[in-house]
Ligand binder design. Structure first.
Ligand SMILES: Cc1ncc(COP(=O)(O)O)c(C=O)c1O
Length: 321
């Protein structure tokens, strides 16, 4: 890895990290994935973006900043686009590889849609398809403050300043001493700092942290944990998605009609996110995206947990669903 300053000898020790390898060493390294979208939009010069209702509102940041037209589209129960619109020659389709479960849909879109952009923020381990503009957001999968990778199939590059993450890592370190709950406010504060930032290249700190990750272990744990949850919960799961075998997903999505599940999980200190609160503002309660947002419980399957933890979650869930 590059060093941030001229080499010095002696002095105090920096944080000691493994000098391993990134998972995507050859992709463009950026500060956030919303800015990776901006990078693509600038280089491609698209005039309009079709994006799903079911996505995170920060994806609008670059579109609004560049003053590009946009239109939301709906997804079906397999979480695939419903094509009731036509994409013009200077327009593009942004598709989210939901939870890392939709690589087959990405492959289908590649064959059938021109001007495709794949948002793999939730699909770190899904490799980019040749020729398809694809981006990743590292902190959805690992303990890093920011960072994104981008594949774009052109030689044109933007000249970028380097970002610095030193003022955004507090929650990652203080939670080791004091626990996740104690540092939650710091986490929110650091997330807010990522809003409306310029496109910059990935900081040295984030890159160093990404060189420290055991990707093989993370991938295997996710596959194993996801499989365990699905084996035990598929009968209760109302989500009509055909899950791939052996998938290193971001989370296990469990759709249940019964209300109040998240609150009951929190009582047991099982914290689950909402993807995405903004969808409730963008849609009406008769839309599938609204139901998905309200009723899906996203269970963690990541490298922090083993099968004992999965069994505990299943046990808790079986009593409340
Ligand atoms: C699907 C999806 N894409 C992109 C993003 C934005 O990622 P970043 O914070 O790296 O810009 C998010 C949420 O933050 C997301 O949920």
């Amino acid at each position: 890895m590059e060093s941030q300053t001229a080499k010095t000898i002696g002095g105090y020790f920096q944080l000691t990290l493994e000098q391993g390898k990134e998972y995507y060493p050859d992709l463009i390294k950026l500060n956030t994935s919303r800015n990776a979208l901006e990078y693509v939009l600038i280089i491609r010069g698209y005039t309009k973006v079709y994006l799903p209702y079911y996505t995170c509102e920060v994806m609008l940041e670059p579109i609004v900043r560049l003053n590009i037209q946009y239109q939301f589209y709906s997804i079906n129960k397999e979480l695939e686009p419903i094509f009731d619109f036509e994409i013009g020659p200077t327009e593009c389709l942004l598709y989210t590889n939901y939870f890392g479960l939709k690589q087959d849909t990405v492959k289908w879109l590649r064959e059938n849609v021109d001007n495709l952009i794949i948002d793999n923020a939730q699909a770190f381990f899904s490799k980019p398809l040749p020729g398809i503009d694809t981006f990743y957001s590292c902190r959805k999968f690992f303990g890093v403050p920011d960072g994104a990778y981008l594949q774009i199939d052109t030689d044109e590059r933007l000249v970028l300043e380097k970002d610095s993450s030193a003022n955004r890592v507090g929650h990652l370190t203080s939670s080791i001493d004091h626990g996740i709950e104690h540092s939650y406010a710091d986490f929110l504060e650091n997330e807010a700092k990522l809003k409306d930032n310029d496109i910059k290249s990935m900081s040295y700190l984030t890159q160093a942290l990404l060189c420290n990750v055991n990707y093989k272990e993370s991938k295997n744990k996710r596959i194993e944990n996801f499989k365990f949850l699905n084996d035990n919960l598929f009968l209760a799961n109302e989500l009509a998605v055909d899950f791939p075998d052996e998938v290193p997903a971001m989370v296990y999505p469990l759709l249940v009609s019964k209300k109040g599940i998240k609150a009951k999980l929190i009582e047991k200190k099982i914290f689950v996110p909402t993807f995405w609160p903004n969808v409730l503002k963008w849609t009406t309660d008769d839309m599938y995206e609204y139901k998905l947002t309200k009723r899906t419980v996203y269970l963690p399957v990541d490298q922090r947990y083993g099968l004992d933890d999965m069994a505990y979650m299943v046990d808790v869930l079986k009593k409340i669903i």
